[in-house]
Design a binder for this molecule. Structure first.
Ligand code: ARG
Ligand code: ZN
Ligand code: CA
Length: 288
């Protein structure tokens, strides 16, 4: 959210495009329809930015992240059975799937995985991993690709993302190598690929479920997620009540909360409307 607010401050056009997108989503919610009914396949390029051998994660680890995204975004993750019965009916297929790019921007064959050496021991949340001049790797055209940078991050950060409508050069998501995928260096409690699921949620314009305030005044602009006071961590026990949202309480098992990977399980119907609205709007060229 720090990255998001910095961009809102600095880039008036991003501010306008975000406002325009919110207006469109509002109409879309009123009409109850999405333009894209088919499943969208998002071409993904993964930039593995490494200094040590450990940080140079394997192709198998990268592929395990893509597989995790595909389960979560099609709601085929078996652990969705752990969603409390009161919310089982809200578990929704986002109609999005992911595939490593098979062609680079020049049209040549690619594995969709780039290995880029750096002298940086760790990156902050300042987009420096996204440019060669600052020790990172340049993104591929964001109109066509989802750029995923995988690196070591400072300050206990698991990842960060850019919302739709921002500058092309920094568009995409950044994920800590040890919280990426389900094998290799991926480490519990962030070893189910759900940092990726969460960050792609932001890339498709989802907000945090508690609305990014600590006093019940914030919102995620999603009607079927209960208003919640603050992020939940770890593996909460159902129900956790806040903001007069009893008896069921916070939907802490949503991908857009901050719980452990094995405790986040679902997107809701209205979250899917928000994501699909960005695929009908600022991300309309993705998967076409
Ligand atoms: N801190 C990150 C963000 O706000 C991601 C949190 C991901 N949580 C997880 N259990 N993997 O974007
Ligand atoms: Zn987040
Ligand atoms: Ca809500």
């Amino acid at each position: 959210m720090q990255v998001h607010h910095r961009l809102l401050e600095r880039d008036p056009e991003f501010r306008l495009r975000q406002a325009e997108l919110e207006r469109k989503i509002h109409n879309r919610l009123a009409a109850g329809t999405s333009v894209r009914q088919a499943v969208t396949t998002v071409p993904v390029v993964v930039h593995v930015v490494y200094k040590t051998a450990d940080e140079k994660i394997t192709a198998a680890q990268v592929k395990s992240q893509i597989a995790a995204l595909n389960k979560d975004y099609r709601a085929t993750n078996p652990d969705k059975s752990k969603v409390p019965s009161v919310w089982q009916g809200l578990v929704t297929d986002a109609r999005v799937q992911f595939a490593l790019a098979t062609r680079n921007p020049a049209g040549n064959k690619t594995s969709g995985i780039l290995y880029v050496r750096t002298t940086q021991a760790a990156f902050p949340d300042d987009d420096s991993v996204k440019a060669p001049a600052t020790g990172g790797s340049a993104g591929w055209p964001s109109a066509r690709y989802l750029n995923v940078w995988v690196c070591s991050l400072g300050d206990g950060l698991l990842g960060y993302a850019q919302f739709p409508g921002g500058p092309a050069k920094t568009d995409g998501i950044v994920i800590l190598n040890r919280a990426f995928g389900t094998t290799g260096t991926a480490t519990a409690p962030f070893r189910l690929g759900r940092t990726g699921t969460h960050e792609v949620g932001h890339w498709l314009n989802l907000r945090h479920i508690w609305g990014d305030t600590e006093d019940c005044s914030g919102t995620d602009f999603v009607a079927d997620t209960p208003n919640a006071q603050h992020p939940n961590y770890g593996k909460p026990r159902f129900p956790h009540v806040s903001c007069q949202n009893g008896p069921n309480g916070d939907m802490f098992m949503n991908y857009m909360d901050y719980v452990d990977d094995d405790a986040m399980l679902m997107f809701t119907a209205q979250q899917v409307v928000r994501m699909q609205a960005s695929l009908d709007g600022p991300r309309a060229t993705i998967g076409k």
